[in-house]
Design a binder for this molecule. Sequence first.
Ligand code: FDA
Length: 456
Amino acid sequence: MDRIERDVVVIGAGACGLTAATQLRRSGASVIVLEARDRVGGRLRNDDSSGALLELGGQWVSPDQTALKGAIEELGLETFSRYRDGDSVYIGPDGVSHRFTGDIFPASPETQAEIERMIAVLDGLTAEIDPDRPWAHPRARELDGITWRAFLEQLSDDAEARSNVAMFTAEAMLTKPAHAFSALQSLLMAASAGSFSHLVDADFILDKRVVGGLQQVPLRLAAALGDDVLLSRPVRRITWSADGAVVEADGDLVVEARQVVLAVPPNLYDRIDYVPTLPLRRHVLHQHLSLGLVIKIHAVYEEPFWREDGLSGTAFSPYLSVHEAYDNSNHGDPRGILVGFASDARADRLLALEPDERREAILDDLARYYGERAKHPTIYVESDWGSEEWTRGAYAASFDMGGLERFGADVRTPVGPIHWASSDIAGAGYQHVDGAIRMGHWVADQVLAALAPTPA
Ligand code: FDA
């Protein structure tokens, strides 16, 4: 058995855990990071095994994500803009394809005006929500007790306007059906990105990418931590007391530490045994947080043929399985790459098909956006994070109905020496890499305060 002693053990080598470990070490604490997978980065993953560099997990950076932008700059990485010149495509409830520019989908003038009115109302409400404390809003209980779908039904009689507005936080963000989460959870999603309008504006929310892929952030952080990052070490048990913890991982590894950072998605908290067991409220809380489901699809072509047709590659439809798609061509690679997303119940239906049938159904949707040539990619890759043992969903966790108001205030409260941190429980940057990095810094501060000697 290997036995290691450190001031802090960080569990999980995603952007959050590695940010925390880096800051802790810079502040003089000794640290070890234990990672279950045989690679670092968690939900960030560059993959070139198909013949093109594909970012299978998180990839985009938006202007408000200052913590992530700071990390990118500090690590000496470069960014480039997503291709966006030309018309976007919208397919409405009648199945007809329309070209448009700007943010508002080209429905009838009445529906367009209704979408704009709804977004203005939602911007007003979002401005009242503190992303770090959404449960403190005076109407938190009411807003957490109504589903996003029912809330929009109260807001508008226009079904097409509702489907479009619902999509910005349902299919496109929480990746759960609009009847499965609350209006408060939806407003938190918007508040964490600065406003509801930001979620509507694809040019804002999907602004930049990192040359060589966003996984370079955790890869470079891990390289600097060197031998203090151990791979293929899933943590199975934490024995804890007020004085510290003993953490047991695969490979007969035991780490004794004064503080623990559990930087894993919340749906995985209960895969670890806690001795003694966690307090009752903590156990109950865990059962109210779950991840959504999305399939991310990459299709690579000899050239970005849609650009010749004056299309930007940006395409939306709440009525197709692939509800959104973009030009995802790489920096310095002449090939054209499209990326599409199929979420929630649409993903269920697609995943029930045989792989060939699923590919055909997905490429049919891409062809409806971009024409017949979309049916013939040279490379086709689906990334399904629901099947990944150490993630089990995407993009990140959200509370069930009523859970945010009931448990939110406790979600970051440590238990003895165990501190919780991930993008899934962030305020600003929630569900995004920016939130993971913010939480990494925040939890490092908490741990350093706990390590500091108590004044006599
Ligand atoms: P993350 O899950 O990355 O890291 C946790 C780590 O803990 C993992 O490495 C895991 O293996 C490990 N672990 C789990 N259990 C363990 C155990 N018992 N012992 C040891 N290790 C354990 N964000 C964004 O900003 N822009 C975007 O474009 C996108 N797009 C996107 C697409 C897809 C398909 C996904 C899946 C996600 C995104 N995201 C995104 C979200 C973003 O990727 C995500 O929020 C962060 O990468 C999460 O970082 P964390 O470090 O919090 O968790």
